[in-house]
Each structure stands twice: as structure tokens, then as C-alpha cells.
Write a protein that binds this ligand. Structure first.
Ligand code: 13P
Length: 287
């Protein structure tokens, strides 16, 4: 059931759990994540970066695929199709293409320009029934070629953006995309608590979910995080499983080269990763 993400995240905030955003890269990814969410009776957010959308032939192709798959798989849990780290232009295209949710990442603009562009997109998203996420304080690391140094968001700026009517807010608290370096200091919980106090009931978003230890995830949820984004961890699990299959020579046995067989262990690995995250985030049986 395709829906916008506002209601599922408000419920998560009230119920003290988080909904996972799992990024999709192709048909296998999308199918596996939808089936796992259905199996777990969990709401889910499918994240699509602009780079992944380009790879999948554009936002319209992605929206058509997800809509058709949601119907043909008989998915009953709430599913949001969400633009991840969208540009201003990308956000507008997704509204047109039939996405149900967008993120506008204006964190690299001066705050006044971020405010002006976010306001415009809030109005446009809401007029079309979409939910909208905004970001304050760049998330560190690299995603799809966009490299940002980790920043801790200023609570006053968070309040300024939250007051524009966004539905949920990503605020940097020392989190980064991709693998965490061994000398990573961990999440800044004091900053998270201050952002929570400044933004009140706003569901908060934790990017860079890959590799954050379980106790930090639980603590972040207790401090108001209602959406957690995971991308790299599914990619690593998929790649390792497919490598194992090939290294065992299974693609050379019988019809083991059939892509449906070759990619199957990767899909099992994504399933297991998504299931584990849904359990950790507490969103199982919350659909
Ligand atoms: P990871 O790739 O580190 O899991 O981060 C995902 C993310 O935050 C997508 O926006």
C-alpha cells in the first residue's frame, strides 16, 4: 500500500520505535525489501537517491516499478517511495513522477536559501499529498559521489527548518554515510537531546544507519529518532553473498549462471539484513 511517510513516522514517534528507510538500486532490491517488510508486518520506506534513480532509468520508471510491484506482490503494509538527498530540481521531478515522499537536502545552502527553497517545496509536496524531509547539518561521508564532512546540526537552525512545516527532519549528530572509521567518536547524544528539545514533536531522521552499534540505535530512538536510513549494509551483504556463490563455482554448475540463480543469494542476504534492522528498530508488527 503506497502512502506518504508522515503518518507512519508520527506513529513511530508516539510508539518509540523507528521505521527503516532501505535504499533501492534495482528490481531485486525493491522486491526483496517489499517482501521482507510484508513478512515482518512492518511499515517501510524505499529510499531512492538521484544516482540510483538515474541508473534505473529515471524517477518515472522507479515510480511505475514500485507501484506495479506493490500491487502484484499484494503488499498490505504501508510503503513510502521517498527521494533520498534530493536536489531542488530532483524533488520537483519526483512530485511529478508519483513518488509519495521527498527529501530536500538544502544543507549545503546558506540557511536563508535553505529556508526559502524548503518552504516552496513543503507547499508543493503537501499540495500533492507527499510528505517531505529536510536536512540541517551535513551528514558526513560519501553517497553517490556527494561527499560531505560530518557536522553536528545547530538546534536553533533545526527549529527554524522544522517550523516551515516539514514532516520529518534529518539532523547531523556525527553520523556519516558508508562504513564508520575505526576512530569514529560515536553519535553525539547531547546534540540529539538538544535538537529534540528545540523541535518538539518532529520525527527525527538518522542517516548513515550502516554500522551503528545496536545500543546507540536504541538510545537514538529513545531520544526521538523515528526513521533510520540504511543503504551500504545491504550492498555489502549482497556483494559478499554473490561473491561466495561465484567463488564456490556455483555459476559454473548446471544453469547456475542464470541471473535468477546468480543473484538469489544476494537477495537472501538483503532479506536477512532488512529483517535484522526491522527487529532492532522495533517496527515489526506495527503495520
Ligand atoms: P548508509 O549507506 O551509511 O547506511 O547510509 C544510508 C543513508 O543515510 C541514506 O540516506
Amino acid at each position: 500500500m503506497l502512502v506518504n511517510a508522515a503518518e507512519m513516522l508520527n506513529k513511530a514517534r508516539e510508539g518509540h520505535y523507528a521505521v527503516g528507510q532501505f535504499n533501492i538500486n534495482n528490481l531485486e532490491w525493491t522486491k526483496t525489501i517489499l517482501q521482507t517488510a510484508e513478512e515482518m508486518k512492518s511499515p517501510v520506506i524505499l529510499g531512492v537517491s538521484e544516482g540510483a534513480a538515474k541508473y534505473m532509468c529515471g524517477f518515472k520508471t522507479v515510480a511505475a516499478m514500485v507501484k506495479a510491484m506493490d500491487e502484484s506482490l499484494g503488499i498490505t503494509v504501508p510503503v513510502a517511495l521517498h527521494l533520498d538527498h534530493g536536489s531542488y530540481e530532483g524533488a520537483k521531478k519526483c512530485i511529478e513522477a508519483g513518488f509519495t515522499s521527498i527529501m530536500f537536502d538544502g544543507s549545503h545552502y546558506p540557511i536563508e536559501e535553505n529556508v526559502q527553497k524548503t518552504t516552496e517545496l513543503v507547499n508543493e509536496a503537501h499540495a500533492n499529498g507527499l510528505s517531505i524531509e529536510a536536512e540541517v547539518g551535513a551528514i558526513g561521508g560519501e553517497e553517490d559521489g556527494v561527499i560531505a564532512a560530518g557536522e553536528v546540526a545547530d538546534p536553533a537552525e533545526c527549529k527554524k527548518i522544522a517550523d516551515l512545516g516539514v514532516d520529518f527532519l534529518a539532523a547531523g549528530i556525527g553520523n556519516i554515510h558508508g562504513k564508520y572509521p575505526v576512530n569514529w567518536k560515536g553519535l553525539d547524544f547531547d546534540a540529539l537531546a538538544a535538537i529534540k528539545t528545540a523541535t518538539g514533536n518532529m520525527p527525527l531522521v538518522l542517516h548513515g544507519g550502516t554500522g551503528i552499534p545496536a545500543d546507540m540505535i536504541t538510545r537514538a530512538i529513545s531520544l526521538g529518532v523515528s526513521k533510520i536510513n540504511v543503504n551500504t549494509e545491504c550492498q555489502l551483504a549482497f556483494a559478499a553473498a554473490v561473491r561466495k556463490y561465484v567463488e564456490a563455482g556455483k555459476d559454473l554448475e548446471g544453469k547456475g549462471f542464470d541471473p535468477r540463480k546468480l543473484l538469489a543469494p544476494g537477495c537472501v542476504a538483503i532479506h536477512d539484513t532488512v529483517k535484522e534492522k526491522i527487529e532492532l528498530f522495533g517496527s515489526a508488527n506495527k503495520a
